[in-house]
Write a protein that binds this ligand. Structure first.
Ligand SMILES: CC(C)(COP(=O)(O)OP(=O)(O)OC[C@H]1O[C@@H](n2cnc3c(N)ncnc32)[C@H](O)[C@@H]1O)[C@@H](O)C(=O)NCCC(=O)NCCS
Ligand SMILES: Nc1ncnc2c1ncn2[C@@H]1O[C@H](COP(=O)(O)OP(=O)(O)OP(=O)(O)O)[C@@H](O)[C@H]1O
Length: 203
């Protein structure tokens, strides 16, 4: 039986983690590319050694692991460095997602993908795209308060991501997350039977 894959997307701090945690509570298997991105840079991994080779000891911590905060400062202040990081990690993340997918024995699964483009939709053979959408004003407020970053850094990260209109154009379902977390959850709960019905008519 083939699995129906739902991509859960949205810009930074749009609410993807809140949404995917809730879908997991409702019983759906969830693969989060942000989590896979951490798995592929664990100590001893090929990802970590490639990053060290490219960026040097300044992005390593005392324990020999990745200093995420140092790497974040470096790549979101230099577009070429971000491209290099993406070129190292994205193929490894794609492989990692593939191995998680092989262990899924359910009808529906969710892949959380912040950096969604049409190429990514094709690469993962996504069946349906769910976007969590917020205005840039709300996004800035939430990212600055959650990550303790200034407005300049928040703008740099937002500008480095596929833009909101690109993601909206790919989306089959859009949930606006301007109200409470409870309201987002109730919208997700209404969507689940729609996905189950779609799966039941999928060939
Ligand atoms: C730069 C890194 C070390 C910063 O780590 P940190 O723990 O501070 O952030 P975290 O990984 O939790 O990401 C938080 C959010 O940042 C945004 N973000 C992460 N990577 C990128 C990127 N390459 N381009 C644009 N936005 C990104 C996403 O919205 C993501 O949800 C880390 O984000 C990273 O390794 N990024 C490269 C891998 C990647 O592209 N991940 C995104 C999923 S494919
Ligand atoms: N409806 C809401 N009301 C108030 N705060 C919210 C709401 N939705 C999300 N948040 C807060 O906004 C922040 C971002 O949410 P979340 O971490 O789920 O976003 P994300 O899309 O997963 O972010 P990232 O792209 O960094 O992974 C968190 O601090 C979360 O608690």
């Amino acid at each position: 039986m083939s699995v129906m894959l739902i991509a859960l997307t949205g810009g930074i701090a749009s609410g993807k983690t809140i949404a995917s945690d809730y879908l997991a509570d409702l019983g759906l298997p969830v693969i989060d590319t942000d989590v896979v991105a951490r798995e592929v840079v664990q100590p001893g991994s090929q990802g970590l050694s490639l990053i060290r080779e490219e960026f040097g000891g300044r992005v390593m911590n005392k324990e020999g692991g990745l200093d995420r905060s140092a790497l974040k400062q470096l790549v979101f202040n230099d577009v070429d460095k971000l491209k290099k990081l993406n070129a190292i990690l994205h193929p490894l993340i794609q492989q990692g997602v593939g191995s998680h997918l092989r262990s899924i024995d359910r009808q529906l699964a969710v892949i959380v993908i912040p950096l969604l483009t049409s190429q990514v939709v094709n690469a993962y053979a996504i069946d349906r795209v769910l976007m969590i959408d917020v205005s840039q004003q709300v996004q800035l407020k939430r990212v600055m308060s959650r990550d303790q970053v200034g407005q300049e850094m928040a703008h740099k990260i937002i500008d480095s991501q596929p833009d909101r209109l690109t993601k909206l154009a790919l989306a089959d379902d859009v949930l606006v997350n301007h109200d409470s977390i409870a309201s987002l959850k109730s919208k997700l709960k209404l969507l689940l039977p729609v996905y189950l019905a779609l799966k039941s008519i999928q060939r």
